[in-house]
Ligand binder design. Structure first.
Ligand SMILES: [Zn+2]
Length: 266
């Protein structure tokens, strides 16, 4: 999107919209065009571009659609919420401390709450602008949603069968999730249901969803306005460099994140 204000001090992401996505998983063999584009042509090293960070992130989860109230979907809602209850005070957040800068110390976050939004019903294809519209609308009329603060991060989960379209590409065709901002004021991540092999990466839907959620969480903390905080012009944000490399933190599957200090995915 072109809504990110630029100034002399900020740098526009060289790769445009695509760089903040979780790319599709490609098992073995030839990388997809997308994966090849995402593969580091230059050794990764993130630099800080003076933008804001979510130093004490407040995550609010929104499960959009009545389908989330049924059967295995409802179990997934519980799982994702338990993931945020745990992960925001876990070693996954501790490892981001290396990206603290003077005046902005990255610390633990909080799972501020959750909501299953049954009305309006999401369409079969949901565009990024529809997600932004829903968020702004619900924030203005729905007291169940917290008002945005500089630390608020809304995670929007779409139910099975709903395709998300952003930047001219679609979930399960080009991406498995992304994070963005609305005018630098509202920070959010859009998480389509992992209903294809490209977005499960050999994991269960529950594991895939916590993996991609951790990717977007860590990126949104360190670069909430994409390209304006910790960023690498060649390789993107900290999660992009390590896409689909996973580990367990507690009981949950998370993605590795790039460490400048360790010079590898950790
Ligand atoms: Zn990313």
């Amino acid at each position: 999107m072109s809504s990110h204000p630029t100034s002399a001090k900020s740098v526009v992401p060289a790769h445009g919209d695509a760089i903040r996505i979780v790319p599709l998983y490609e098992s073995g063999g030839t990388p997809t065009v997308e994966a090849a584009k995402a593969a580091p042509p230059v050794a990764p090293h993130l630099t800080y571009r003076n933008g804001p960070m979510l130093t004490a992130v407040e995550v609010f989860t929104i499960f959009w659609g009545a389908a989330w109230q049924q059967g295995t979907n409802a179990a997934l809602v519980t799982h994702v919420n338990q993931f945020f209850d745990f992960i925001l005070t876990s070693p996954l957040i501790d490892q981001l401390a290396e990206y603290s800068v003077p005046g902005k110390s990255i610390g633990h976050g909080r799972h501020a709450g959750t909501l299953t939004l049954t009305s309006p019903t999401p369409r079969h294809t949901v565009t990024d602008s529809a997600i932004q519209h829903m968020l702004q609308h619900e924030i203005s009329i729905n007291s169940a949603l917290p008002q945005p603060t500089p630390n608020t991060l809304y995670f929007v989960y779409l139910p099975p069968g709903v395709r998300v379209v952003q930047g001219g590409s679609a979930s399960c065709q080009a991406f498995c999730g992304y994070h963005s901002d609305i005018s630098g004021q509202i920070f959010y991540a859009a998480m389509p249901y992992p209903g294809c092999s490209g977005c499960t990466g050999g994991l269960s839907p529950a594991e895939a969803l916590t993996s991609t959620s951790s990717h977007e969480l860590c990126e949104a903390i360190t670069d909430p306005i994409p390209g304006q905080a910790w960023y690498d012009d060649h390789n993107g944000e900290i999660g992009d460099i390590c896409a689909w490399k996973t580990k367990k933190v507690g009981a949950f599957t998370v993605q590795l994140e790039w460490s400048n200090q360790a010079n590898k995915c950790i």
